[in-house]
Design a protein around this ligand. Structure first.
Ligand code: SAM
Length: 246
């Protein structure tokens, strides 16, 4: 019977590919890749020349049944994204669901992911944490999202693009206040890896003076305030949410 392997790839440093990942990629009948050009470069460096099939968020619904059919006929497929873990803010979810529905084994390989790499060096408690993926782009949705983070007693983690970072930090200033501690983890595992730690106010100043470049993970410290210190409006909102959830 065929199988689906979920194979993480480096988020910057090529040496972070695991021996097992390399073996699975070189043994798979097909490599389903988010971007065959980007992955082609990685596979070339690893000396792997197996057949690639394009599999990204715009074709995943249509392509998934085709891949399922191949696996039902006995093929092994290794799914990779451009960088890091498939499924984590990347394609793969639909295929995993379809495999489960069709009793096809799904074998996940451990490996690099930007959010976990950032979390362990952030200095914030890793238990509990919440990973949100990309922060919403729309201002109104961003504010609602930050309202949840404001109250959260977990370390909150999200991704943001460099060209939107200063604007987002300013919305954070408005919603979280200037004193909340945050970390911007930049270019992880790469030459310019950097952790910018400080209050929201300090990071706004920093990135206003030094334009953000490269890839970023943003982490927000847990809300250390006691629940009774919440404002009246926040309490009403919480009660409303509970009533709505039932
Ligand atoms: N699947 C990936 C993972 O496991 O982390 C995430 C893919 S998502 C499309 C890409 C985003 O992840 C980037 O925009 C950035 O926010 C974050 N990211 C990826 N690599 C990174 C790195 N080396 N340093 C910091 N952030 C990174």
């Amino acid at each position: 019977q065929g199988k689906l392997y979920l194979v993480p790839t480096p988020i910057g440093n090529l040496e972070d590919i695991t021996i097992r990942a390399k073996n699975i990629l070189s043994q798979a009948d097909y490599i389903a890749a988010e971007d065959t050009r980007t992955s082609g470069i990685l596979l070339e460096k690893l000396g792997i020349h197996n057949q690639m099939i394009s599999f990204h968020k715009y074709n995943s619904k249509q392509r998934a049944p085709e891949l399922i059919e191949l696996m039902q006929k006995g093929a092994t497929i290794a799914e990779i994204s451009d960088a890091g873990m498939p499924v984590i803010s990347d394609p793969g979810f639909v295929l995993v669901q379809e495999c489960i529905k069709n009793d096809i084994p799904v074998v996940p390989l451990p490996g690099p992911s930007a959010f976990a790499t950032a979390l362990i060096a952030s200095g914030f408690d890793a238990q509990p944490f919440t990973y949100y993926g990309f922060i919403p782009r729309k201002n109104s949705e961003q504010k609602e999202f930050l309202q949840e983070i404001k109250l959260s007693h977990a370390t909150s983690i999200f991704y943001e693009a460099p060209h939107r970072l200063v604007k987002t930090l300013k919305v954070m200033q408005e919603c979280l206040g200037g004193n909340r501690q945050i970390v911007a983890a930049r270019e992880l595992t790469k030459i310019h890896e950097e952790f910018v730690r400080g209050s929201v106010d300090e990071l706004v100043d920093h990135f206003t003076q030094t334009a953000p470049r490269g890839e970023f993970v943003i982490l927000v410290s847990p809300n250390e305030d006691e629940p009774e210190q919440l404002s009246w409006e926040e309490l009403v909102k919480l009660v409303d949410q509970e009533v709505v959830r039932g």
